[in-house]
Design a protein around this ligand. Structure first.
Ligand SMILES: Nc1ncnc2c1ncn2[C@@H]1O[C@H](COP(=O)(O)OP(=O)(O)OP(=O)(O)O)[C@@H](O)[C@H]1O
Length: 261
């Protein structure tokens, strides 16, 4: 069998924060892989280093934080060799991110339509009219009902779940192949959570997108992840496919997390 090359390959990543009095290594020798169409979960309790791992991949760690060691490959690109400007370009084009609080991630004074169209125009040389057609198509594909009306709606006029769908739509308009989803359903109620998870599952199948899903919620992991990395105090303590993790957890910390469900 031919082994499918990874979309994202992180090796021996170390990210620390140097403050006046002390130094915290938030991510310590972390290695993870995400393949196309795969949903890979990074789980762990609060403070275990999940978000700093994501921020390191996205090139968004600011001083006093510093990526001290490792390699981050996105396809054939070694991201740690990239300048901030190159990374910003790549962030829009090749990798995208959605966060926990979709309402805050959207600009409150711009309509949904304008925000989607502006993202399209940032990545594609198209006129405003063409951007509108593309925006409507993207919204339809993202399962957003009544896209025409939604174009002229402001974020505060729609629900949190709808906002997250809009965020997913914006994240993918550029054709990104890697989506980093940092606690994408934590702020949503249970029914809406299920819809967003279904949406993530659909886009990975239909668009070949690989998803790095950051969560503390093992219910979410059981629902859609293929492969799981368990993180504790900045380190990966266990990794395996989702079935094995739930049926035969090895590390005491994984067992503890499963017991806490
Ligand atoms: N700006 C910062 N300055 C200093 N230390 C930081 C900073 N950001 C993160 N850290 C350190 O990194 C550790 C890991 O934080 P991180 O946000 O990645 O955890 P997490 O697993 O995502 O938790 P949560 O689910 O609560 O967001 C924190 O405990 C903290 O010690």
């Amino acid at each position: 069998m031919i082994r499918e090359p990874a979309l994202l390959r992180v090796s021996h990543l170390r990210t620390s924060f140097h403050t006046q009095n002390h130094m915290v290594t938030a991510v310590d020798d972390v290695s993870i892989e995400v393949k196309p169409r795969q949903i890979v979960a990074l789980v762990g309790e609060s403070g275990s280093g999940k978000s700093v791992t994501a921020m390191s991949i996205l090139g968004l760690v600011d001083p006093p934080g510093i990526v001290e060691n490792g390699e981050i490959w996105l396809g054939a690109n070694n991201l740690l060799g990239y300048s901030r400007r190159q990374l910003r370009k790549l962030r829009g084009k090749e990798m995208a991110v959605i966060f926990q609080d979709p309402m805050n991630a959207l600009n409150p004074v711009l309509t949904i339509g304008r925000q989607i169209m502006e993202t399209i125009m940032l990545h594609k040389r198209v006129s405003k009219k063409e951007a509108k057609v593309l925006a409507l198509r993207q919204m339809q594909q993202a399962g957003l009902s009544d896209p025409e009306q939604l174009l002229n709606t402001y974020p505060f006029q729609i629900s949190g779940g709808m906002c997250q769908r809009v965020m997913i739509c914006i994240a993918l308009v550029s054709g990104a192949r890697l989506l980093i989803a940092d606690e994408p359903t934590t702020a949503l109620d249970v029914t809406i959570q299920a819809q967003i998870l279904k949406e993530l599952d659909r886009i990975r199948k239909e668009r070949n997108v690989g998803i790095l899903l950051i969560t503390h919620d093992l219910g979410v992991v059981a629902e859609i992840a293929d492969y799981v990395y368990v993180m504790k105090s900045g380190k990966i303590v266990e990794s395996s496919n989702v079935f094995k993790l739930f049926s035969e957890p090895e590390h005491p910390y994984t067992k503890h997390l499963l017991d806490c469900r």
